[in-house]
Write a protein that binds this ligand. Structure first.
Ligand code: MRU
Length: 362
């Protein structure tokens, strides 16, 4: 199918749709079901926190910032659906937040957004607001998280474009684009800003096994935005770096520890090693909501393991003998020493990262 754009930018990955103008509640959440791309662009609407949790678990909404937004909106849906007084609404929100938190462990944005929405709800309850007001305040907080993410990603693009030059070729992994965030993306944000400036940036996109986010999502959204993209299998990255004049690797992150170790899509660590070997800068682009000062190093980051079936089956067809043993972590940790620089909404962070990260988060 042909990717659709609105005003030249990809359609919104996830948003809160009020039923009536002038008030956020009652409302519903609309999101793109990313498991169906690129064959089908389908918007799903829900009023159920349980359905929102299922969408996160099944990767219908995926990408660290996007699942943070989905979590916050899911909690707001639970509050909206609750009957009774403000205490009952708060209780329903807390229970939904616990359930949403259990969906995916690695991306810290989910915990960050849920903590924020819980804090907001508790403050409102303590201030003695009524149930209707509490519902409106948490819906407003969830939409604020979305809008802030869009602004942070835009700022990442503005800072990150200084690391690129017209005519350069970059390599990326997974999807850290518009679909993974509110808008623009993280790793792809500088590419979109460069595009707006009329620069010609060529992107090599790893297909990204086992869920093919690079092939299905990154290639799709770059095409939609008129950015030249070449799709490669994951095992072609070394050859592409050497033979295709790749001048930088740009990736997103699911969690950045206090020492600068980075959890991101499985395969990122290998890319960082390849980049070091080819003397190519390796940049990690993420909003401050992805930095986790409470996680001291990569060894403390929980790595999500998925069912072996997801490795064995490609689009419903088995590609391995029945009963084969499978190892299926879907994130890995890149040590800080392989990262050239981080780009967040506040600027470019250089080593030593323990210091530059502490400064930017303080
Ligand atoms: O399993 P996914 O698709 O949620 O993994 C996504 C990634 O690993 C992204 O690189 C990361 O979340 C950054 S998205 C801006």
């Amino acid at each position: 199918m042909t990717p659709e754009t609105r005003n030249g930018m990809l359609l919104r990955t996830i948003e809160w749709i009020p039923d009536r103008g002038g008030t956020l509640v009652p409302g519903r959440v609309r999101f793109i079901d990313q498991t169906l791309l690129p064959q089908e662009l389908k918007f799903v609407e829900t009023r159920s926190a349980q359905e929102m949790a299922e969408a996160i678990r099944a990767l219908r909404v995926r990408g660290a910032p996007a699942i943070g937004i989905a979590g916050a909106m899911g909690a707001a849906l639970a509050a909206q659906a609750a009957g009774g007084d403000a205490a009952a609404v708060l209780n329903a929100l807390e229970r939904a937040a616990e359930n949403l938190q259990r969906t995916r462990p690695t991306a810290v944005n989910l915990a960050w957004a849920l903590d924020r929405i819980r804090r907001r709800a508790r403050e409102a309850a303590q201030a003695g607001v009524d149930a209707g007001d509490l519902k409106a305040r948490v819906a407003a907080e969830a939409t604020a998280i979305r809008d802030e993410d869009a602004r942070m990603c835009r700022a990442i693009g503005e800072h990150g474009v200084h690391l690129l030059r017209d005519g350069c070729r970059v390599l990326t992994h997974c999807n850290a684009g518009s679909l993974a965030t509110a808008e623009y993306g993280t790793a792809l944000a500088p590419v979109y800003v460069a595009r707006e400036r009329g620069w010609n940036i060529h992107v090599f996109a790893d297909e990204t096994r086992p869920h093919l986010q690079g092939a299905r999502l990154t290639a799709w959204e770059l095409q939609a935005n008129g950015v030249p993209v070449t799709l490669i299998c994951d095992n072609m990255a070394a050859a592409a770096m050497r033979d295709k004049a790749v001048s930088a690797v740009l990736v997103g992150a699911d969690r950045i520890a206090a020492n600068g170790d980075v959890a991101n899509k499985i395969g990122t660590y290998g890319l960082a090693l390849l980049a070091r070997s080819h003397r190519i800068p390796f940049y990690v682009l993420a909003p401050t909501s992805t930095f986790d000062s409470r996680t001291l190093s990569g060894a403390d980051i929980p790595i999500e393991q998925r069912a072996g079936e997801e490795v064995v089956n490609i689009h419903g067809r088995s590609v391995a003998p029945p009963g084969v043993d499978v190892w299926a972590p879907i994130f890995d940790v890149t040590p800080a020493e392989l990262v050239t620089a981080f780009v967040c909404e506040r600027g470019i962070l250089r080593p030593p990262f323990s210091e530059s990260i502490r400064r930017v988060l303080s």
